[in-house]
Ligand binder design. Structure first.
Ligand code: M6R
Length: 608
C-alpha cells in the first residue's frame, strides 16, 4: 500500500526520505519517488521499481536540500510507471505532491481542470490534487489545502510542497492516516509511525479533515474552516515500544481495527466504486478465457480455506461458474482431474504455506491455469502462479488471521465479479454491489465499535468447554471461521457447521452448557436460520445471534445479540465475521490466553 514520508530541517532531506521509504516498504509497493527543494525548484526523481534499485540513481548532489517528500506507490489509478509514480507535479512544476488513498471524484475534477487548460501527464487521481493545489495557491498554503478538502471526495492523505516556500511541508488528512513527527529543529510527516522512528521525539496524529503546516521549528494545525487548533503531541518513546501494536493491547486487536482501511484500499483499488468498473488489467485470463473455463478450484488451508469456500459459493451464485473449495493438503498431484480449462486459485496470507504450494504444483503438473490471492507477492507461491491478486493487507503478526481473512473475501468477491463480467454481465447488479462495497468499511467500523457486546457475551461463555457455530449459504464459512478463531486463541473447543447439517448429528451436543453462535443476517437464509435457532432453544441451548440492526424478532429469540448493520447478502460475510473475531478475542482475554501467539501454532506453516 502507498506510504508517505516528508522532512524539513537542518539535515539533508534525501537520506531521510530514502530511509523513510525503506521503513514503509513492508506495506508493499511498485514504485517510489522523492522531491527535494533546491535553488528555487522542486527536483523530482521517481520510477517504478524497488528502492534498492532506485536510490543509487538519485544523485545526492543534484538533490541536495533540506526539505522534501517521498512516497511508495501501490498502483490503483494507472499501471506502475514513471509518470504515474509520486510525487506528482502541479501547475508548471511549482507543486510536488504525494498521496495515499483514493480520490473518488477524480474524473469529474480532471475534466473540469482539462476544460480550464490543464494538461495531465499521468493517469493518477493524485495529479488532480496537485493541480488543484497549484491553482488555489496564492501564497497561503492553508487556503490551498482547504481547497483540496473542499473539492476532493474519498479518503486521502497528502503531503505537498510549493516552490515558493523552501522549508515548508503541508499535510492534509481525510480518512487515511497521517502523522507529524516532531524532532529537534526538524519535523517530519509520515503515513506510518514506523517511518518516524529514530528521528522524531514526539508525534502528532492529525485528525479528520485537518491541515498541518510543517516547518523546521514550528508546526501549525488547522481545521477545514482554517481555524487554528492546538493539538497535543505524544512522546515517541512510549509509542515506540508499542510501535507494532499501534496503541492496542495485542496485534490481533490492532489488525482487526485495520480492516476498514485495508478493505477500503483493496476495494477502491480494484473497483471504480463510482462507476462499478473493475481494475484487474494486471491479471491473466481474458474474457474469452474466463468463458472457456469448465471449473474453478480454490485451494487453501485454515482461514484461507474458509475464504476459498466463500469464493467458490460466490462464483457459483453470482457468476454461474462451477467452483469448489478444496483444502490444499487434499489436492494431491495426479488425483484431481485437471487441464487447461480448469483455473486453480491458491489463497494464502503468507504465500509460503507448504500444503498450498504443493497444491499449486499439482495444478501446474495437470496443465491447469493458476492464480494466487496472496498477501506476499514475492513469496514461494507468488513465484509459482501465473498471476497474483495482491491483497495488500499489510503485515499480519497475530497468529489468528483477521484482516487477511476479510481481505481474502474482498479479493475473491472481486474475482467473482470478474467472472460475472465475462460470463453473465449485469450492470444493475454491479451498481447495487458497488453501493454495498462503498459502505462496507464504515459498516465494519461500526461493528468494531461494538466491542462491549462481545465483552458481555465473553463474560457469560468464557467457562464453556464446547461451542457450536452455525451459518447458512455464504455465511457457512463464516461460522467455521468464527469457530476457528475461538478455538485457536481461547482453546475452547468450537465447531462450525452449515446450519442445515445440525439435524444430521451435531444437535445431539446441544445443552445448557454448549453456547450456540448463529449467523442470521442474510436475506435468503435468515428465516431458515431462525428456524434452526428455535430448535436449539427448544433443547435449552443458549443462543448468541449475529443479527442486523433493528431485527426485533432475532432479538427476541436470542440470549445475546451481536448486532451488525444490514448490507447486501453477498457482502454480509465480510462484515459478519467481525463480531466473531471480537468474541474470540474477548473470550481469550478473559481466560488469560496468549492471544498473539497461541500454543502449538505457527503463523506460517512451511511443512506438510
Ligand atoms: O498463510 P496462509 O494463509 O496460507 O495460512 C493458512 C493457515 O495456516 C492460516 O490461515 C491459519 O489457519 C491461521 N492461523 C488462522 O487464523
Amino acid at each position: 500500500m502507498c506510504g508517505i514520508i516528508g522532512y524539513t530541517g537542518r539535515s539533508q532531506a534525501l537520506p531521510v526520505l530514502i530511509q523513510g521509504i525503506r521503513l514503509l516498504s513492508y506495506r508493499g509497493y511498485d514504485s517510489a519517488g522523492v522531491s527535494v527543494w533546491r535553488d528555487g525548484e522542486l527536483r523530482v526523481r521517481k520510477d517504478k521499481g524497488r528502492i534498492e534499485e532506485l536510490a543509487p540513481r538519485w544523485d545526492p548532489e543534484e538533490l541536495a536540500g533540506t526539505t522534501g517528500v517521498g512516497h511508495t506507490r501501490w498502483a490503483t489509478h494507472g499501471a506502475p510507471s514513471q509518470p504515474n509514480a509520486h510525487p506528482q507535479a502541479g501547475g508548471a512544476g511549482e507543486v510536488a505532491l504525494v498521496h495515499n488513498g483514493i480520490v473518488e471524484n477524480d474524473l469529474a475534477l480532471r475534466e473540469e481542470l482539462e476544460a480550464e487548460g490543464v494538461r495531465f501527464s499521468s493517469e493518477t487521481d493524485t495529479e488532480v490534487l496537485a493541480h488543484l493545489y497549484a491553482r488555489a495557491f496564492r501564497g497561503d498554503p492553508v487556503a490551498a489545502a482547504r481547497e483540496l478538502l473542499r473539492r476532493g471526495r474519498g479518503a486521502f492523505a497528502v503531503a505537498v510542497q510549493h516552490r515558493s516556500l523552501p522549508d515548508t511541508l503541508v499535510a492534509v488528512r481525510r480518512g487515511s492516516p497521517l502523522l507529524v513527527g516532531l524532532g529537534v529543529r526538524e519535523n517530519l510527516v509520515a503515513s506510518d509511525l514506523r517511518a518516524l522512528v529514530g528521528r522524531a521525539d514526539r508525534v502528532l496524529v492529525l485528525g479528520e479533515d485537518e491541515i498541518a503546516v510543517v516547518r523546521p521549528e514550528s508546526v501549525e494545525v488547522y481545521d477545514a474552516a482554517g481555524r487554528a487548533l492546538e493539538p497535543t503531541a505524544r512522546p515517541m518513546a512510549g509509542i515506540e515500544q508499542d510501535l507494532g501494536k499501534g496503541g492496542h493491547a495485542h496485534y490481533m486487536l490492532k489488525e482487526m481495527h485495520e480492516q476498514p482501511e485495508r478493505l477500503y484500499e483493496l476495494l477502491a483499488g480494484r473497483l471504480d466504486l463510482a462507476r462499478g468498473r473493475l481494475r484487474l488489467d494486471d491479471l491473466p485470463l481474458s474474457d474469452r478465457e474466463w468463458r472457456g473455463l469448465s471449473r474453478v478450484d480454490l485451494v487453501g488451508c485454515g482461514t484461507a480455506y474458509h475464504a476459498c469456500w466463500y469464493g467458490a459459493r460466490f462464483l457459483e451464485v453470482a457468476a454461474g461458474m462451477p467452483a469448489r473449495a478444496v483444502m490444499a493438503h487434499e489436492y494431491e498431484r495426479g488425483s484431481v482431474p485437471l487441464g487447461p480449462d480448469v483455473l486453480v486459485v491458491a489463497v494464502s496470507q503468507s504465500g509460503e504455506t507448504m500444503d498450498t504450494k504443493l497444491a499449486v504444483e499439482a495444478a501446474r503438473a495437470g496443465q491447469a491455469r493458476t492464480l494466487g490471492v496472496l498477501n506476499q507477492r514475492e513469496s514461494v507461491i507468488g513465484r509459482l502462479v501465473e498471476g497474483v491478486f495482491d491483497m495488500h493487507a499489510g503485515l499480519e503478526v497475530g497468529v489468528a488471521s483477521t484482516k487477511a481473512y476479510t481481505s481474502m473475501l474482498a479479493a475473491l468477491l472481486i474475482l467473482g465479479l470478474r467472472a460475472c463480467g465475462a460470463r453473465q454481465p449485469d450492470a444493475g447488479r454491479m451498481t447495487e454491489l458497488a453501493d454495498a462495497l462503498r459502505a462496507l468499511p464504515d459498516h465494519v467500523r461500526t461493528a468494531l465499535a461494538r466491542g462491549a457486546e462481545a465483552q458481555a457475551v465473553a463474560r457469560d461463555i468464557h467457562r464453556a468447554s464446547t461451542m457450536l457455530y452455525l451459518g447458512r449459504g455464504l455465511d457457512a464459512p463464516t461460522a467455521l471461521e468464527g469457530a476457528l478463531k475461538m478455538k485457536e486463541i481461547s482453546y475452547i473447543h468450537a465447531e462450525g457447521y452449515p446450519a442445515g447439517e445440525m439435524k444430521h448429528g451435531p444437535i445431539a451436543l446441544v445443552s445448557k452448557e454448549v453456547p450456540v453462535v448463529a449467523l442470521a443476517t442474510q436475506g435468503p437464509w435468515r428465516d431458515r436460520m431462525l428456524a434452526n435457532v428455535r430448535e436449539v432453544r427448544a433443547r435449552d441451548g443458549e443462543v448468541i445471534l449475529v443479527a442486523n440492526d433493528g431485527d426485533a424478532e432475532a432479538g427476541r429469540l436470542a440470549d445475546f445479540v451481536l448486532r451488525v448493520p444490514a448490507t447486501h447478502p453477498w457482502v454480509a460475510p465480510l462484515l459478519n465475521v467481525v463480531p466473531l473475531q471480537l468474541l474470540a478475542y474477548e473470550t481469550a482475554k478473559r481466560r488469560g490466553c496468549d492471544i498473539d501467539q497461541p500454543r502449538n501454532l505457527a503463523k506460517t506453516v512451511t511443512v506438510q
